[in-house]
Design a protein around this ligand. Structure first.
Ligand code: DC
Length: 220
């Protein structure tokens, strides 16, 4: 029986990763790490510095200045940049949502986050969590290919666009998926060996129950 469990959840935009991961964090006392929020925080910071997604050299120059930290709030990990947590309304706003896939496609941006993301397991252990649930696009394929469990959530694109509409959030779901799945460095893919869950016709509770059963089995 593993003493600390790492669960990876990947999937496209609005596939239900965050609600599912949050619920699993609550159910099993896992730290919930939303790596999309990390790409969003970096995007917000680069935009705040006046940088655009096509200014590659300037972006590369700015990256080493970004000092990352982690604040644990309840069961959620929040990224600090230079000691500041970028507020949620800012990272979920339309400007960041439109730019984030473009910044996330820059290999140096991904490289800047690699060790930090892996280090979140130590943060979780140090805070006494039973495990960590990390969600994103490349968690099961690149960040934690040896995670105890790797899931890939997918849902029909219309269903996902409807979820965002109901939340009242502007989000070009299909376009972000296209950018995320076609970039050269760690694209959104169903990692080999990952468990594929189609949530189109499932509600949140049903998805959480499905994943929970497999996690409970691992925990023994
Ligand atoms: O999960 P999200 O929609 O908040 O993620 C925002 C963007 O961040 C997403 O369009 C692509 C990028 N991302 C990524 O490239 N790799 C990850 N592991 C997580 C997010």
């Amino acid at each position: 029986m593993p003493s600390f469990l790492i669960v990876a959840i990947d999937g496209g935009a609005a596939s239900g990763k965050s609600s599912t991961s949050r619920a699993l964090g609550e159910r099993f006392n896992f730290l919930h790490v939303d790596t999309g929020s990390y790409y969003r925080a970096i995007t917000a910071e680069l935009l705040r510095r006046g940088l655009r997604t096509d200014q590659l050299d300037a972006v590369k120059t700015a990256l080493p200045d970004l000092i990352f930290g982690t604040r644990v709030e309840g069961r959620a990990a929040r990224m600090e940049i230079g000691g500041r947590v970028v507020p949620e309304p800012e990272i979920r706003g339309p400007g960041v949502t439109a730019a984030v896939s473009h910044f996330a496609a820059i290999p140096e941006v991904r490289a800047a986050l690699l060790a930090y993301q892996r280090g979140q397991a130590e943060v979780a252990r140090a805070h006494g969590f039973r495990g960590m649930v990390m969600e994103g696009r490349d968690i099961g394929s690149v960040i934690f290919p040896n995670a105890d469990l790797r899931f890939f959530l997918h849902a029909d694109v219309e269903a996902r666009a409807r979820r965002r509409e109901l939340e009242g959030r502007a989000d070009a779901v299909a376009e972000r998926d296209r950018l995320d799945a076609t970039r050269k460095t760690s694209p959104l893919v169903l990692a080999s060996g990952a468990i594929d869950i189609d949530s189109t016709y499932l509600n949140l509770e049903q998805v959480v129950d499905k994943l929970s059963a497999l996690i409970a089995e691992k925990l023994g």
